[in-house]
Ligand binder design. Structure first.
Ligand code: G6P
Length: 470
């Protein structure tokens, strides 16, 4: 079964959102993620196709086009949404791979659904790929796809990129299906991870869970050699900076500060409402700083927490905890006309996000564990005047690159409080020096650089022979 496309991207979600048209028909809008902006040029050049889920339970919409981009929509039944998406992906793998911050659940029925859904994605990829095509599979939702494709198509080149951390073996070993997952991934020629530490953890899992020999970054699988290495993902820095420079966006940033009653210091957090992001520790640190008066009287925290995975238990518990903490802080420290925490349980378009980044003096990224954290990079990309400061958890992939940030251990509340105070009282010269350093990194190593370096490395992998060992 050979398809027509020389380049096939397979990811859990399609890079488009469904909206309802005037006559009640589905309409599709491109979702402006970094991944699509990086892959779009390659897709257009090579006549590529993108396979992914629409985000709703229901039948597969099949192949369609949005703005000239070829897409194949996958369908998940209501049971698959429950057992595969909410279950195995987001209540087993997500907490397990994020160092068991929440306890992972292991259910055989969920695993069965994971296998079935991975098989249907693999089938779709096989059907779309032209002879000799390159297939790029993304993230923890689809770890079995590489091997499932390889079993049917020895002519294609397969890459896999893991967007989230890969845990240490002591944690990964809890997974009852650890061997199947490792072997599923090893169907690829090249496996990309965010940090070197993730690749090292994976190499160890190959030895321990599958008994395979590794040498440097190479794993021997029968007569093949697979490579595992770090390719830190990034953002479309130039595109975002362009948005931040727009007159309307700059005006909106000024309006936001005005609406906050012109505080001396605006702190900002922007996260999916996820327990990996460390929102409760951030609120605790801020509440204590208010009590101690260390940030002065004119300070505001804007916390955007966009809704996420709302039917998964741990996310509901987190929402309650965050909302109670916000109310407690506001109850204690608000005055008529000023609210110390502006909590926004909403998602915003890129322009509003850019305005928020411009309005903030200090960006707070306090994740307990995070594969990369693109919000940190987005903040840096928007600060074209080289002002502003970033407080960044050392447990993010971004911490390896953004050395101009105030790095913190988010579990250490006193350390976190000190870092927030230092960032809020930084001298303009020190801020400029730090921001310049971070902007150089983000502008040079943008998402196009990431995609190019992954695909170039994959292109040098041989179809079914050995991949060079560095
Ligand atoms: C993380 C994952 C992505 C995922 C996204 C949103 O960034 O790495 O694969 O798509 O979260 O999560 P959702 O469950 O809404 O797809």
């Amino acid at each position: 079964m050979d398809g027509l496309h020389k380049f096939v991207v397979v990811s859990s979600r399609l890079p488009v959102d469904r909206t309802e048209g005037p006559d009640g028909e589905s309409e599709w809008q491109p979702s402006p993620g970094g991944l699509v902006s990086a892959l779009e040029p390659v897709m257009r050049e090579s006549g590529g196709v993108w396979i992914g889920w629409t985000g709703d339970a229901g039948p597969a919409p099949g192949p369609f086009e949005v703005d000239g981009l070829a897409l194949v929509g996958m369908g998940l039944s209501a049971e698959q949404v429950r057992d595969y998406y909410e279950g195995f992906c987001n209540a087993t793998l997500w907490p397990l791979y994020h160092d068991v911050i929440a306890p992972p659940e292991f259910h055989r029925r969920w695993w069965d659904a994971y296998v079935t859904v991975n098989r249907s994605f693999a089938q779709a990829a096989v059907a779309q790929a032209a002879p000799g095509a390159t297939i790029w599979v993304h993230d923890y939702q689809l770890q079995l796809v590489p091997q499932m494709v390889r079993e049917q198509r020895s002519d294609v080149r397969i890459g896999f990129f893991n967007h989230i951390p890969f845990p240490g073996y002591e944690i990964f070993a809890q997974l009852p299906w650890r061997r199947q997952v490792v072997l599923g991934l090893l169907g690829a020629d090249l496996l990309g991870f965010q940090r070197r530490a993730d690749a090292v953890n994976f190499l160890r899992a190959c030895r321990r869970a599958a008994g395979l020999a590794t040498r440097g970054a190479a794993i021997r699988v029968g007569d093949r050699e697979v490579r595992a290495a770090a390719f830190p993902i990034s953002i479309d820095a130039a595109g975002l900076e362009q948005i931040a420079r727009q007159e309307t966006v700059r005006k909106r940033a000024a309006e936001i500060r005005l609406a906050l009653d012109e505080p001396d210091t605006v702190l900002l957090g922007i996260d999916r409402l996820d327990y990996t992001k460390g929102i409760p520790v951030r609120l605790r640190a801020y509440g204590e700083l208010l009590r101690e008066g260390r940030l002065g009287p004119r300070v505001a925290l804007v916390q955007v927490a966009s809704p996420s995975r709302e039917r998964v238990g741990a996310y509901r518990v987190l929402r309650d905890e965050v909302e109670q903490t916000v109310s407690r802080i506001n109850g204690e420290y608000a005055e008529v006309g000023s609210t110390p925490v502006q909590y926004l349980h909403q998602s915003y378009p890129r322009e509003e996000m850019a305005a928020l980044y411009l309005a903030a003096d200090v960006m707070l990224v306090t994740s307990l564990r995070d594969g990369m954290n693109l919000v940190a990079k987005e903040y840096v990309a928007c600060r074209y005047d080289e002002s502003g400061a970033l407080v960044l958890s050392e447990f993010t992939g971004a911490a390896d690159e953004l050395t101009g940030a105030f790095l913190v251990n988010p579990h250490d509340i006193e350390g976190l409080k000190d870092a927030i105070v230092r960032a809020a009282t930084i001298s303009p010269a020190d801020a400029r020096r730090r921001m310049r350093l971070m902007r150089k990194r983000v502008c040079e190593h943008d998402v196009a650089y990431w995609a190019r370096s992954f695909l170039d490395t994959l292109a040098h992998a041989q179809d079914h022979g050995l991949v060079a060992v560095p």
